[in-house]
Design a protein around this ligand. Structure first.
Ligand SMILES: [Zn+2]
Length: 205
């Protein structure tokens, strides 16, 4: 059972809307850590939507998600996790999860228009009934863009032991989802080397 934390406690946030949604479930405390969930209440979802506003484009009203919206987001999240994991591994995603993402994309239409003066920040319109629905569709759409576009080759599952997060390898030296994972792996390697040295003194230099 996942324990509750706040959205701002997420180790990786601002990566990509689709990955940010999947990454709301993470492990805190390293290899023997605990699975935690940053989206357990409608208030958590409101925080998460606020964090995504810049990446997803303005929708014009304050977030006010209810329990139904939370269920919809966590449902999309489980489908996205399987689809993203398959994409990172280069395997086929389960068809029912692909279908669930496509249903979320198609549930509401978003349009982007020129502003009245003809240039500057785009005007976003949506036929979604409320803001959480619009954001849900937009997150699903961002997953389509990610998994069918040039950034797909940057998609990685974090290789740190015990980590369940995904990230985009935007820099060749970025080997982990977060500095925290990189540090844990370095510390583990270091203590393993020390342990080997202790048990095999002939190898010590
Ligand atoms: Zn990690």
């Amino acid at each position: 059972m996942a324990i509750s934390v706040r959205v701002r406690d997420m180790p990786v946030l601002g990566e990509h809307p689709a990955l940010d949604l999947v990454n709301t479930v993470f492990v805190r405390g390293g290899l023997r850590g605990q699975l935690v969930d940053a989206l357990t209440t409608p208030a958590d979802l409101a925080d998460w939507i606020t964090e995504q506003a810049e990446a997803l484009g303005p929708l014009g009203s304050a977030p006010d998600p209810g329990p139904d919206a939370l269920t919809a987001f966590t449902g999309l999240r489980s489908s996205l996790r399987r689809v993203v994991a398959a994409a990172a591994a280069g395997t086929d995603a389960p068809p029912e999860n692909v279908a669930a993402v496509n249903t979320a994309v198609g549930a509401h239409r978003d349009t982007v228009e020129l502003p009245p003066v003809g240039y500057g920040p785009a005007q976003h319109r949506t036929d979604a009934p409320d803001l959480p629905s619009a954001v849900l569709a937009r997150v699903a759409r961002s997953a389509v863009d990610l998994l069918t576009g040039p950034d797909l080759e940057l998609l990685r599952a974090c290789p740190a032991p015990g980590c369940v997060l995904f990230y985009l390898r935007t820099h060749p030296r970025r080997g982990w989802c977060s500095p925290g994972c990189g540090n844990r792996v370095r510390v583990a390697r270091h203590s393993r080397r020390r342990g080997e040295t202790a048990t095999r003194p002939e190898d010590a230099r």
